[in-house]
Design a binder for this molecule. Structure first.
Ligand code: T5A
Length: 208
């Protein structure tokens, strides 16, 4: 299917503000008459939501090994790409995704220390040619992000990782933005909501 839509992904550590800004961007785009699809990862499909439960909230998953975790994130994504993302892009829609394959490169590759070439190969298999047009990384000190995310009562496997893990994740995103500076753009998430929102809107207007 020929791709006429635009694919924008949002990335960053826990509680950096992705969901908040996706909602705001979607509202601004819809107010301008654009067709927008919003998604979250892992999940976004029936199959993916079941995988999300195993990955995130099931206390029986505490002993999951990093290789299993990597494959489950990619399995959820393979379904999402073929069921939702590729058809929406074929129809000319704007797809806004809360995390995509960069989360796997950073969390499983850098955070869990799985060989980066293996992660890249599995990522490629899962997404095919569905690479984002723009990736917004909201950079934030993990101590602030984890504090913001704390409000939730549900057990979350990733948020329970040591601070050192989250610091590696942050550095992973900073390195990614340096390596892929055409596609991946950094935004300072420590600023106020309105200021971060305007910076993101500027990037989106540019890519559209
Ligand atoms: N994961 C995911 C992997 O390990 N590998 C993968 O391949 C994939 C896809 C997903 C977890 O899975 C991992 C990464 C994650 O650990 P999740 O529950 O979806 O888990 O968690 P997150 O994606 O991290 O989402 P969060 O909801 O934790 O964070 P958000 O969406 O970035 O933050 P948001 O918008 O909910 O904001 C948090 C709070 O901060 C406030 C908001 O109002 C909200 O209260 N806020 C601000 N406050 C002040 N100033 C600002 N600028 C603010 N921006 C937001």
């Amino acid at each position: 299917m020929r791709r006429t839509g635009t694919f924008i992904t949002f990335e960053g550590g826990e509680g950096c503000g992705k969901s908040t800004h996706i909602e705001r961007v979607a509202a601004r785009l819809r107010a301008r008459g654009r067709e927008v699809v919003t998604l979250r990862e892992p999940g976004g499909t029936d199959v993916g939501e079941q995988i999300r439960h195993v990955l995130q909230y099931s206390k029986q998953s505490v002993g999951m090994v990093p290789e299993t975790e990597l494959l489950l994130f990619c399995a959820s994504r393979a379904q999402l790409v073929r069921e939702i993302v590729a058809p929406a892009l074929g129809d000319g829609k704007i797809v806004l995704a809360d995390r995509f394959f960069d989360s796997t490169s950073v969390y499983q590759g850098v955070g869990r220390k799985i060989d980066s070439e293996k992660v890249a190969a599995i990522n490629r298999f899962a997404i095919g040619n569905c690479v984002p047009d723009l990736t917004v990384v909201i950079d934030l000190d993990p101590r602030i992000g984890l504090e913001r995310a704390k409000g939730r009562e549900q057990f979350d496997r990733m948020e329970n990782q040591a601070l050192d893990f989250h610091q590696r994740v942050r550095q992973g995103y900073l390195d990614l933005a340096r390596r892929e500076s055409q596609r991946v753009k950094l935004v300072d998430g420590s600023r106020g909501l309105a200021e971060v929102g305007e910076q993101i809107w500027g990037l989106i207007k540019h890519v559209l």
